[in-house]
Design a protein around this ligand. Structure first.
Ligand SMILES: [Zn+2]
Ligand SMILES: [Zn+2]
Length: 138
C-alpha cells in the first residue's frame, strides 16, 4: 500500500508533510524520533506541524509512540503483529540509542488486580543491540 492509500483508508486529509512523514516511517526498519524524521525530510515545516502530524498518526493508529525516557520518544509504524491490540516488546540500545520493535518476542499477559483496567503496556528492555554487541567483540 502506498502512503497516499494509507491516508485515504484512514480518512486522513493528505498534505505533502503527512505523506512524507509516513514515507519516512515506511522506509525505516526501526522506530524514529521526531528529530530523526525531521532530518530525513527536506520540505520546510515547523515543529508544531510535525508534532501534530505525529499525534494524528498515533490517534489514527497508523503508528505507535514509544517513550523510552523523557528525552527519547520514538515513533514506529504499526507492525502487523500488533494489529490485534497486543502490546509488543521494545528494545532500546544504551549505546546507539536505537529503538527496535520486537513483536516476535512473546510477552506474557499481565494479570491486574480486580478493578484495574489496563489500557496499554510499555515494555522496554534496555541493553546493547546486536550491531553494537558485535562492535564491542571486535
Ligand atoms: Zn546499538
Ligand atoms: Zn513497536
Amino acid at each position: 500500500m502506498t502512503s497516499s492509500e494509507i491516508l485515504k483508508q484512514n480518512a486522513i486529509i493528505q498534505s505533502p508533510l503527512r505523506l512524507e512523514v509516513l514515507e519516512v516511517l515506511i522506509a525505516s526498519s526501526k522506530p524514529l524520533s521526531q528529530r530523526e524524521i525531521e532530518q530525513k525530510i527536506d520540505k520546510s515545516h515547523d515543529r508544531v506541524t510535525m508534532y501534530r502530524t505525529l499525534k494524528l498518526f498515533v490517534e489514527k493508529q497508523l503508528i505507535h509512540r514509544i517513550a523510552v525516557s523523557d528525552n527519547l520518544v520514538t515513533f514506529g509504524l504499526k507492525t502487523e503483529n500488533s494489529d490485534s491490540g497486543a502490546d509488543h516488546l521494545h528494545f532500546h540500545c544504551n549505546d546507539c540509542d536505537n529503538v527496535f520493535c520486537m513483536p516476535q518476542v512473546p510477552v506474557q499477559k499481565i494479570e491486574l488486580p480486580k478493578g484495574f483496567v489496563g489500557a496499554n503496556t510499555n515494555l522496554i528492555v534496555n541493553g546493547i543491540c546486536e550491531k553494537c554487541n558485535k562492535e564491542i567483540k571486535k
